[in-house]
Design a protein around this ligand. Structure first.
Ligand code: GA4
Length: 337
């Protein structure tokens, strides 16, 4: 893959002491693997969301041509000269971003495209860089995003069934809503070379710093380059072996709240690689801005449990999220004392 060179002085980039390999006691085979073509997997899904807030799915049914078509355009885009790419940024929060993540000083060894899946997005500038018709890009994104939405809904409905919540579309209807505030992000992590960055003595450069995803559910697909790590409930980090044929699913903050903490919004991060480019595409399924988010009454009644969170609208959450740093816990302020 062609890789851009990122001009950088790197004092501002975080380094961490972990290696890309996991310590033996946290072997990645712990990560739940779910075969979406099998019947009756709802209990496995619930268990994965409770224990990890994270799982890998195989036999997902997403057409390979949708993945390849979009990935190819993304590679082409990220291989273009920086001056061209910058014409589609800076992100406000949507558009092309380079190293800067969010508005509050977070940086990473990453460049990306961030877009909203429901509002009209201007593909014109992207298309002219790629030398294609804007309609082709729009189609490639729409085909891919529609498959993500479909898979997200299937998973969310099985989760509702597994939790014995009625109706089963209680979560999925939020991302099916035409006003759903869902996002799509393509991240490119160029390999860092020692000419550009000082040697890190075996330590790793942060591509995308630790954080939880704000939305209900996130679906990630990457090429075969390692880098993604998740944090276990005990705070240990484990590396997720890449698999370009599978999807990795995260529970987001909103689903943690709606399940009153039963599902865990998983903390994750990405380490940059000094050999290979990593390219990931992530769909973030979010509710409409006006939606009230709080623990589902049916779950509280069932477990005879107190609500751990105050109710808030997705708009309120987002307003405060955009004032936060990436690694902040964005749910503390909504916890009941
Ligand atoms: C983290 C998850 C998604 O990538 C994202 C990010 C968003 C952004 O890049 O604009 C945020 C971050 C993410 C959470 C806190 C705020 C907003 C950057 C940031 C510092 C698109 C999202 O929805 O929240």
């Amino acid at each position: 893959m062609v890789v851009l060179s990122m001009p950088a002085t790197n004092d501002q980039f975080s380094i961490i002491k972990n290696s890309c390999k996991s310590p033996p006691s946290y072997f990645p085979s712990n990560i739940p693997l779910i075969d979406l073509s099998k019947p009756d997997i709802k209990n496995q899904l619930v268990k994965a969301c409770e224990e990890f807030g994270f799982f890998k799915v195989i036999n997902h049914g997403v057409p390979i041509e949708f993945i390849n078509k979009l990935e190819l355009q993304a590679i082409k885009f990220f291989s273009s000269p920086l001056s061209q790419k910058e014409k589609t940024g800076p992100p406000d929060p949507f558009g092309y971003g380079n190293k800067t993540i969010g508005p509050n000083g977070d940086v990473g060894w990453v460049e990306y495209i961030l877009l909203s899946t429901n509002s009209e997005f201007n593909y014109q500038k992207f298309a002219s860089i790629l030398g294609v018709n804007p309609q082709d890009i729009r189609c490639a994104v729409n085909d891919y995003v529609s498959s993500m939405k479909k898979m997200a809904c299937e998973i969310l409905e099985m989760l509702a069934e597994g939790l014995k919540i009625h109706p089963k579309n209680v979560f999925s209807k939020l991302i099916m809503d035409e006003k759903s505030d869902s996002l799509f992000r393509i991240n490119h992590y160029p390999p860092y070379c020692s000419d550009e960055i000082q040697e890190f003595n075996g330590r790793n450069l942060i591509g995308f710093g630790e954080h939880t995803d704000p939305q209900i559910i996130s679906l990630l697909r990457s090429n075969n380059t390692c880098g993604l790590q998740i944090s276990l409930v005990d705070g240990h980090w484990i590396s997720v072996p890449p698999d370009q044929n599978s999807f990795f699913i995260n529970v987001g903050d909103s689903l943690q709240v709606m399940t009153n903490g039963r599902f865990k919004s998983v903390k994750h991060r990405v380490l940059a690689n000094n050999v290979k480019s990593r390219l990931s595409m992530i769909y973030f399924g979010g509710p409409p801005l006006s939606e009230k988010i709080g623990p589902l009454p049916s779950l509280l009644m069932k477990g005879d449990q107190d609500s751990l969170y105050k109710e808030f609208t997705w708009f309120e959450y987002k307003k405060s999220a955009y004032k936060s740093r990436l690694a902040d816990n964005r749910l503390v302020q909504f916890e009941k004392v």
